[in-house]
Write a protein that binds this ligand. Structure first.
Ligand code: NAP
Length: 289
């Protein structure tokens, strides 16, 4: 019923906000380079040649170049083991010419991904994947946010979404997306419910959401008829065919605000990575403040 009577939701335009953030980041990178004589540098580490991962890394390096951030790429063969990967990342962590480290994941089932992430020095963890960064996020201490959740928070703030006292429902609990997204929302005084594959009666939880974060990895998994009218819908999903985890047409008829896919959360993720790389370079160069 609500689908036919509710106004169409306003779009949260991640592409436009990412362009703004990218321009600010480029200005900060240029100023830092002028002050220190060294451009911020992001090291990207890729294991194997998975086409999607190759594309993601290329996109991130292209954005770096546009923002005046150097990138140093380390391509490792697909059969690289945990010890060698940890060793490589440890070397980048100790290298004063590198300010941020991105390990493109997934790295393959034969690698202990957690061990590889933990080899990233916390002060260079600009992708926000280490246990240190997660704890800092959860405890409200200085540190880097996981990039996708960090980008989501920037979007919500830009569109003045009130979070305090609101019920946020996060569908998905991965270490890089769902779990940290919930922690950041909790830190902003939302009441947070996590849903996952073992949740019983998912629909009942989704119906209660003032703010819904979809982070499932299943195309068009959530529909407008499940939403509370006026909900704010953030679709972090990115599935085959460029579709999100939310059925956009039906959800947009019920929500008050919604992210498109593509053009919502995705661009904000990369923009946050670059902004955090300049933050890291600024702190490591002692040029902060
Ligand atoms: P993931 O590691 O596969 O996690 C998926 C989560 O969804 C898990 O917590 C899983 O529950 C839950 N789930 C699966 N089936 C479910 C069901 N039927 N009902 C309720 N929950 C269910 O995926 P991810 O890395 O978090 O990524 C999620 C999506 O976001 C993907 O589409 C991915 O491409 C996208 N993504 C986008 C960006 C971006 O920059 N835009 C960045 C990262 C990821 P269990 O924990 O119980 O298994």
């Amino acid at each position: 019923m609500s689908q036919t009577t509710s106004p169409t939701a306003r779009l949260m335009d991640g592409s436009a906000l990412a362009r703004r953030l990218g321009a600010e980041t480029a200005e900060r990178a240029a100023a830092l380079t002028a002050r220190t004589g060294q451009a911020p540098c992001l090291a990207t580490v890729l294991v194997g040649e998975d086409p999607a991962s190759v594309t993601y890394v290329r996109m991130k390096r292209n954005r770096c170049a546009k923002a005046g951030i150097q990138s140093r790429h380390v391509a490792l063969p697909a059969d690289t083991g945990t010890a060698q990967l940890v060793d490589t990342i440890g070397g980048l962590s100790a290298d004063p010419g590198v300010h941020g480290i991105l390990l493109q994941h997934p790295v393959g089932p034969h690698v202990d991904e957690r061990a590889a992430f933990e080899a990233i020095a916390p002060e260079k963890d600009v992708d926000g994947v280490t246990a240190h960064s997660f704890a800092a996020m959860s405890l409200g201490m200085p540190g880097f946010a996981s990039c996708t959740p960090g980008g989501i928070m920037r979007l919500l703030d830009h569109y003045d979404v009130e979070l305090s006292g609101k019920h946020a429902v996060v569908v998905g609990r991965s270490a890089i997306l769902g779990k940290p997204a919930g922690m950041l929302l909790l830190a902003r005084n939302a009441t947070v419910t996590y849903c996952h594959s073992r949740t019983t009666d998912l629909a009942a939880h989704v119906r209660e959401a003032d703010v819904l974060i979809a982070a499932v990895g299943r195309a068009r998994f959530l529909h407008g008829d499940q939403l509370k009218p006026g909900a704010v819908v953030v679709d972090a999903g990115y599935n085959v065919g460029n579709v999100g985890d939310v059925d956009f047409a039906s959800a947009a008829a019920v929500a008050s605000l919604i992210t498109p896919v593509p053009g919502g959360v995705g661009p904000m993720t990369i923009a946050t990575l670059l902004a955090q790389t300049v933050d890291a370079a600024t702190r490591l160069s002692g040029a902060a403040g």
